[in-house]
Ligand binder design. Structure first.
Ligand code: SAM
Length: 259
């Protein structure tokens, strides 16, 4: 079933009406998919609610009007805000990280240019890269039946990332030179519903020691992900998987399947 995302303002439950008025989505629905009156589609609003809808009509002012058939009860979002501050790795690894992070429930991705990042983007390149990354986020959100599309933020430097991460309730930096599992064990206890969780993952070259010192100054806790050195993309997937499962269990979502 085709899946579109709209702002909550585009939903009028009383009138039983939903509207697609984003020009790209409108064009895709009307001119590419050629959706017909009565055809059913899934709509997610920006509050994380899903609605089963049927096409009513393509109104003249480029608004596709939809009848709300039913509000889907189940929300496909994690019960916490999860922000990945990803130091930009080489080539298309960032695209893989974005796709997997979206499947694993992240709400925001902030690209970071840290000291050992090899990739350098000028403003023009950064703009087109963000557009591409946002499209990957949207496609992964649709595939994984997310109720919201995670936002890809403008790139920041490490200091800005640390300042942003400091605003989160739980703040960790998986650090390849960190010893022992105390940090990660303590962090896991705090991956709780209703919290915001910020994670800074390094690039292929890892973190400069002064970056880890800066992170600590912003109350961001270095944690080990075990004895092996993981690739940047593996580390992002590993820590986000840990957060996701912990949150799902803490929210009491029954992950066991009764035989
Ligand atoms: N250049 C570093 C080295 O050789 O030691 C490796 C960096 S690793 C490829 C990229 C990022 O993944 C790290 O900066 C860190 O954020 C994360 N990472 C990889 N392995 C980790 C581990 N065992 N514990 C914590 N973080 C890890």
């Amino acid at each position: 079933m085709h899946h579109f995302f709209v702002s909550s303002e585009n939903i009028d439950e009383t009138a039983g009406l939903a509207v697609i008025d984003d020009s790209v989505d409108y064009n895709h629905a009307v001119n590419v998919l050629r959706l017909k009156a009565g055809e059913q589609i899934l709509i997610s609003d920006s509050d994380g609610c899903d609605y089963l809808c049927a096409v009513r009509q393509a109104a003249p002012d480029k608004r596709l009007e939809l009848d709300i058939i039913e509000k889907a009860g189940e929300n496909h979002e994690l019960p916490a805000r999860v922000i990945l501050f990803q130091c930009v790795p080489k080539s298309d690894k960032m695209e893989l990280i974005i796709q997997k992070a979206v499947e694993l429930g992240v709400t925001d991705i902030v690209p970071v240019f840290s000291k050992y990042c090899v990739v350098k983007l000028d403003d023009k390149k950064a703009e087109s890269r963000i557009k591409r990354w946002q499209a990957i986020s949207e496609s992964a959100a649709k595939q994984s039946k997310r109720s919201v599309i995670p936002k890809i933020h403008k790139p920041v430097d490490f200091k800005q990332a640390a300042e942003m991460c400091e605003q989160c309730d739980v703040r960790i930096i998986p650090y390849e030179a960190e010893d022992g599992l105390t940090g990660i064990c303590e962090a896991i206890v705090n991956f709780l519903p209703g919290r915001s969780i910020g994670v800074i993952v390094g690039p292929e070259g890892g973190f400069a020691p002064m970056e880890v010192t800066m992170a600590k100054r912003h109350a961001i806790v270095p944690v080990s992900l075990g004895k092996r050195i993981l690739r940047a993309e593996t580390a992002a997937i590993a820590i986000l998987s840990l957060i996701m499962i912990r949150l799902e269990i803490a929210a009491g979502i029954d992950l066991s399947t009764e035989e």
